[in-house]
Each structure stands twice: as C-alpha cells, then as structure tokens.
Design a protein around this ligand. Structure first.
Ligand code: PGA
Length: 253
C-alpha cells in the first residue's frame, strides 16, 4: 500500500527563527495523524536547525530540501550536494520544480542528473512534472509530462521506483489560486502511473506515490485527496500556515 505524503514546499520564505516557529506550531497538529507522512521542505539556510528541532521534539515530520546540485563535491560555488543534505538528516529532495525549470532555466537532462544523485545519496527525489496553460489548451499536457518523465527518469531502474515520489504540478495552477479539477488531476496522475507501468512494470508503478500540487488549500484538498491516483500533495502557499497545512494532511490521515 502507498502511504500518502503531504509535503510542504516553503520556497523562499521563512528565515531561521520563523522556520523554527512554524515547526513548533506544526508539530502538535500532526502528532496524532496516522497513515500519512508529513514533510516540510524549508530553505537550505534553515535545514540544520529545523532538523535538530524535529529530532528534539520527536515530531513525525520528514525533512526535505527544495533543490540540490548533482555532484558529490567540487568547485561549484554556491551549490549544495546530496551528501551534505543527507548528513543533515534530509529525507526528500525536490527535483525539477517548475520555478527552477521556468525561472532558472533548468533542463530535463539536469533534472535527471539530480534525480540520480539524490537516489545515489540514499534520499527520495520528489520529481515535479507539469504543463503550462498554453500546452494544456493546445491538448499537449500529457505529451509534455510524458516527455519530462522520459528524460528525467531515464537514469532510474525499475527497482528504484518505489523510492521515488512524482508530483504532478500544472504550472498554471501554482501560486495562482487556480486548481486543476479533481478529475483533471486524477486523469494526469493516472496517466503518470500508466506510463510508469509501461516503462518499469506494474509492481513499480503501483508502489510509487504520485502527488498533486498547485494551489492546494484546506477547502479544495478533500476532493483532490479522495482521488484514487492522488497519493498526497505538494503544498506551497498553504504550507506556510501550520493550521492550513495540518488541515490538508488530515484528509489523507
Ligand atoms: P502552491 O505551490 O501550493 O503555492 O500553488 C505549489 C508548489 O509550487 O509546489
């Protein structure tokens, strides 16, 4: 059975003190939630302290990073390596978020290298895929997603699939208040799972968690999270408020 995952992507919000405060607020709200994994992905600058605080509180909160550089070490000014994250107790690493693809210009080959490097370091990649509004309106949404999966996962073996998380995040729904309908999200998540089944076999496909992300809020989460192929959410804006984030997690608990 797939254990649902509700992951909060804090993006470039929260300094160290604010991050610790948010974790302190969140911990009691998710303490009693069973059958769902909750994780937060704070900025790099706060990971060490957040990791220590989670351990100190004994809180059932997983730790994720928002990005990584796909080399173990070296002359890569400003970058952070997978082993550095692993050493801090990081469990999840987001790879290929649309903001990095669209704003920073990251290409699929680079995302693939990140996925590989995260797996090699013994962490779980959260690979983000999704189409623009233009692509959706042109009927090319699934072709875009398939193209991303094909390249981003070219370096992954079937046996590693259960150790991955995929997040379908339509770009037009991120931070816009526009959510995909539950049916549209289910349709794409199921498409992703069928694609995985074709590429890696049924067992691998049925074990991988496929999340939905894009303006998930407490008031739309119930419908989205009830869908068969939606195994949780990658939450941006609403993850910055402990009560909202915990309320979303409850729909999968
Ligand atoms: P949002 O962000 O919930 O603010 O739309 C989601 C994401 O970018 O992962």
């Amino acid at each position: 059975m797939r254990k649902p995952l509700i992951a909060g992507n804090w993006k470039m919000f929260k300094d160290n003190d604010q991050a610790l405060e948010l974790v302190r607020e969140l911990a009691p709200l998710v303490e009693a939630l069973e059958d769902v994994e909750v994780a937060v992905c704070p900025p790099f600058t706060t990971l060490a302290d957040v990791s220590r605080l989670i351990a100190e509180l004994g809180a059932p909160i997983g730790l994720g990073a928002q990005d990584v550089y796909p080399e173990r070490e070296g002359a890569f000014t400003g970058e952070i390596s997978p082993p550095m994250l692993k050493a801090l107790g990081v469990d999840y690493v987001i790879a290929g978020h649309s903001e990095r693809r669209e704003i920073i210009g990251e290409r699929d080959e680079f995302v693939a290298a990140k996925v590989r490097a995260v797996l090699d370091a013994g962490m779980t990649p959260i690979l983000c895929v999704g189409e623009t509004l233009e692509e959706r309106e042109a009927g090319k949404a699934s072709a875009k997603v398939e193209g991303q999966l094909r390249v981003d996962m070219a370096v992954v073996e079937a046996g590693e699939i259960p150790g991955m998380v995929i997040a379908y995040e339509p770009i037009w729904a991120i931070g816009t208040g526009k959510t995909a309908t539950a049916d549209d999200a289910q349709e794409m998540n199921s498409f992703i799972r069928r694609w995985l089944a074709g590429a890696y076999g049924e067992d691998a496909a049925s074990s991988v968690r496929v999340l939905y992300g894009g303006s998930v809020k407490p008031d739309n989460a119930s419908e989205l999270m009830a869908m068969e192929d939606i195994d949780g959410a990658l939450v941006g804006g609403a993850s910055l408020k402990a009560a909202d984030f915990a309320a979303i997690a409850k729909f999968k608990a």
